[in-house]
Design a protein around this ligand. Structure first.
Ligand code: IPM
Ligand code: MG
Length: 366
């Protein structure tokens, strides 16, 4: 049988996006050599604020098409504070990619690692292991994604729209329950919490109604509910109680940063954005231009996103080898932290981007 082969589109972007993307590709290569049984071909797409400054385009002319034919897209980070679109907003072609490819399921894992910062003075904090599932195409980002979809925009008033559709919400909740089921097989609690504001907004009551409808197909998974304000409180008070949390786009944008702060901050914030036919993987952090080119960036958010990408391809292709390669990377990170051999400068350690990357590769090869 021929070795299954996958096409990966890479968008390295700006600032530290380039360093952490290179680090991730090196780690993936090590995992691939270790496990074998599949091959990956890369095609780089030029995009970002630097590219915009040079060309007036935020992504190369065929870039969206190239991303569309790939089996997965890997993105470093995009944006430079000094470069803006004419309307003053930041260069963000990836918001458009979410929209074009309908990448509705934004997976943001929040997991405590030994010897990484834990912000809560409670020993239960070591057990934090949850996924914030952020709807990523509609909600309050609906007006922001592609064109200007503001219903009112003049100098006296501006309105944005919060849009919840049945079609996307059904898929989102199914994704949440399936994810909880898959995680439960590996020992997690098997609970999905619907985070909303159903006590105030009709759109949110609709979101919750669809959650209840879809939950009936998953009797093995427990259901929970929380209003978003109470959820913010509970993420500080008892984050170890949660498993999968499903929510609207803007709520997920905010709570995923807050939850990330519990376990080491944006340097650990991995992200996968998945639709019916496409997946884009990127660290949730920005380009940190103040430290670019200094070997200071923590590559772990990107490398963890790389592992999510291999898992996604594994599911798509039904490939055990890809799933093993994803595990080899996450195990190397877990074990490196346990042995205190991964000590990122971001956490006051002595290891820059390259040293952290080399250490993970060493673990994978040993
Ligand atoms: C994120 C980021 C983006 C978002 C920005 C950079 C457009 O904050 O991925 O969370 O708001 O979605
Ligand atoms: Mg954000």
């Amino acid at each position: 049988m021929a070795t299954p082969s996958f096409q990966i589109a890479t968008i390295k972007g700006d600032g530290i996006g380039i360093d952490v993307a290179d680090a991730t590709l090196a780690v993936i290569e090590a995992a691939q050599s270790r496990v074998g049984g599949f091959s990956l071909n890369y095609q780089e797409i030029l995009a970002g604020a630097g590219y915009y400054r040079e060309t007036g385009l935020d992504i190369e002319p065929d870039g969206e098409k190239m991303a569309g034919v790939a089996d997965a897209i890997f993105l470093g980070a995009i944006g430079l504070p000094s470069v803006r679109y004419e309307d003053g907003t930041e260069i963000a072609p990836h918001l458009r990619l979410r929209d074009i490819f309908q990448l509705y399921a934004g997976i943001r894992p929040i997991k405590a690692y030994p010897n990484a910062p834990q912000r809560l003075a409670d020993e239960r904090a070591a057990a934090i292991d949850m996924i914030i599932l952020r709807e990523s195409t509609e909600g309050l980002f609906y007006s922001a994604a592609v064109h200007n979809r503001c219903p009112v925009e003049n100098d006296a008033e501006v309105q944005d729209t919060l849009r919840i559709t049945r079609k996307t919400t059904e898929k989102l909740h199914d994704f949440a329950f399936n994810l909880a089921r898959k995680r439960k097989e590996k020992g997690t609690k098997g609970i999905v919490t619907c985070v909303d504001k159903a006590n105030v907004f009709k759109s949110m009551a609709f979101f919750r109604k669809i959650f209840d409808e879809r939950s009936r197909a998953f009797p093995d998974i427990e259901k929970g509910y929380n209003y978003v304000d109470a959820q913010a409180l509970d993420l500080i008070r008892k984050p170890w109680d949660f498993d999968v949390l499903v929510m609207e786009n803007m709520f997920g944008d905010i709570l995923s940063d807050l939850a990330g702060g519990l376990v080491g901050g944006m340097g650990m914030a991995a992200c996968g954005e998945i639709g019916d036919n496409h997946g884009l993987f990127q660290p949730a952090h920005g380009t940190a231009p103040d430290i670019m080119g200094q070997d200071k960036a923590n590559p772990l958010a990107a490398i963890l996103s790389g592992s999510l990408m291999l898992d996604y391809l594994a599911d798509k292709a039904g490939s055990q080898a890809l799933s093993d390669a994803a595990d080899v990377i996450s195990d190397a990170i877990q074990s490196g932290f346990s042995k205190n051999s991964i000590r990122p400068a971001e956490f006051g350690g002595d290891m820059g981007t390259k040293a952290v990357t080399q250490e993970i590769i060493r673990h994978i090869q040993s």
